[in-house]
Design a protein around this ligand. Structure first.
Ligand SMILES: Cc1cc2nc3c(=O)[nH]c(=O)nc-3n(C[C@H](O)[C@H](O)[C@H](O)COP(=O)(O)OP(=O)(O)OC[C@H]3O[C@@H](n4cnc5c(N)ncnc54)[C@H](O)[C@@H]3O)c2cc1C
Length: 426
């Protein structure tokens, strides 16, 4: 095991907390300092657009680790401590309060920031962005005083926020510049199904409508849409994506991906600079399943990369990353996905739920040249788990049976496995 005298983790979020725990789990006894710009100990972000937005009682229940964990494990947690520069040659981090921290090795787990709509920058009255626990608390408070909400952005975050707000009794309008919902993450047919469901639950969708102009007034924001119509919004949430937080990495001269902007890391989370590693939403990594480098913005990826970065920091082997997995909860649907969407995939349905059913249950299987690359389960997470061993493999011979909902999935998967073993033996 490599024995660094100390390890500095910049960013006290999901990936940072996971890496710190993994370092101790692997037996590292040296100094670990975790510097986090927020005033909260590491917490889970997924509940921010779901339970936390609806219920202030959840705020204290979303820690990545129990509150006593860091002290118990001898991890120096410095909160409200923003690192402003990294001197990669001297192994020193400079903080906003003027102090400096020397390190043997450093992990950047700096996450990202909500992408800003230039016409409605953060701080605009009546306008909210949602990335942190403090953002969620401010939005929740504002939602108590209005009856209507306009959400800009039809991605996962915008839809979850719309769903939670509708559940709290607000009249919600969601504006999306693309013609469908979740165009990059879901096949168009599922995006269309979801749009019907969202409408059935009382949310007004304005698809194919960009924001042409905004005018902030005392009583809210007047949004002029690209089709010329005007929406009056007492409260607006902008949810148009994420930009990776790479200021330190760029300042230290680390390689960044030219398109997605993330810190480039190899399969072991090593950056282009000796002794500096990166994990989570801030980084860009080659994904064998997609055949390209991507920035995965997901809870699971942050955990996996945190785990792998910890092993790499110590020079020990780690299990390879699990298949990409993502979930979202919205409009009465728990949607889980294995793998990822690609424009070339052809999707087949296993079952079909009525969009206005209380708990529709079905799956979509996305294949390319017969190979299963993307599996999506709506209220069928248990079934999705059964498919894990098939993702990345040719399922041509069993696709029709996988999609026949009268057949138990477990049985079809077992048959495929037996067939695959037979062909290896032959
Ligand atoms: C509202 C919301 C809902 C989500 N829902 C889901 C979901 O349903 N399913 C799913 O899979 N994923 C979901 N995600 C995504 C998931 O939470 C993120 O992918 C995950 O949190 C990324 O972890 P991270 O450690 O990379 O970044 P973060 O958790 O963002 O942590 C990064 C931390 O670094 C700090 N930092 C940055 N720069 C510095 C610096 N210079 N000095 C000190 N500290 C710094 C930041 O303040 C932040 O606290 C959601 C995210 C949000 C915001």
């Amino acid at each position: 095991m490599t024995q660094h005298t100390s390890i500095l983790i910049v960013g006290a979020g999901q990936a940072g907390a996971m890496a710190a725990a993994a370092l101790r789990g692997l037996g590292y006894g040296g100094r670990i300092v975790m510097a986090g710009g927020e005033r909260h100990a590491p917490y889970e972000r997924p509940p921010l657009s779901k339970s936390v937005l609806a219920d202030a009682g959840q705020d204290g229940k979303i820690g990545v680790q129990p509150a006593s964990f860091y002290a118990d494990q001898g991890i120096e947690l410095r909160l409200g401590a923003c690192v402003t520069a990294l001197d990669a040659a001297r192994h020193v981090a400079h903080l906003a309060d003027g102090s400096a921290i020397g390190y043997g090795a450093c992990l950047l787990a700096t996450g990202g920031n909500a992408r800003v709509l230039p016409a409605l920058p953060p701080g605009t009255p009546h306008v909210h962005y949602l990335r942190s626990l403090d953002d969620a608390a401010r939005l929740r408070e504002a939602m108590q005083h209005v009856g209507e909400l306009v959400v800009i952005g039809g991605g996962f975050l915008g839809l979850e926020t719309a769903s939670t707000a509708a559940g709290m009794g607000l009249k919600v309008t969601l504006v999306e510049s693309a013609d469908g919902l979740l165009g990059r993450a879901l096949p168009p047919e599922l995006g269309a199904w979801l749009a019907d469901r969202v409408r059935a639950q009382g949310v007004t969708l304005r698809l194919g409508c960009g924001i042409a102009a905004c005018d902030t007034r005392d009583d809210g924001v007047h949004l002029q849409l690209a089709d010329g119509s005007v929406l009056h919004a007492p409260l607006v949430v902008v949810a148009i994506g994420l930009t990776p937080e790479v200021t330190l990495a760029a300042g230290a001269g680390l390689a960044l991906h030219p398109q997605n902007g993330g810190i480039q890391v190899d399969q072991r989370c090593r950056t282009s600079a000796e002794g500096i590693y990166a994990a989570g939403d801030c980084c860009s990594q080659y994904q064998p399943l997609f055949g390209t480098e991507v920035r995965l913005e997901s809870w699971q990826s942050a955990n996996e990369q945190g785990r792998i970065a910890a092993a790499s920091l110590l020079g020990v082997a780690a299990e390879p990353a699990a298949l990409p997995w993502f979930w979202t909860d919205q409009f009465g649907c728990n949607v889980q996905m294995l793998g990822a969407a690609h424009p070339d995939l052809r999707y087949a349905w296993r079952g079909i739920g009525a969009h206005d059913a209380a708990a529709p249950k079905f799956m979509l299987l996305g294949t390319r040249h017969g190979r299963l690359s993307h599996a999506i389960a709506v209220n069928a997470g248990g079934d999705l788990r059964q498919l894990r061993s098939l993702v990345g493999h040719d399922v041509t011979t069993c696709l029709a049976r996988l999609c026949d909902e009268t057949l138990p999935l477990r049985q079809v998967v077992r048959e495929w496995q037996a067939e695959a073993e037979r062909s290896i033996t032959l």
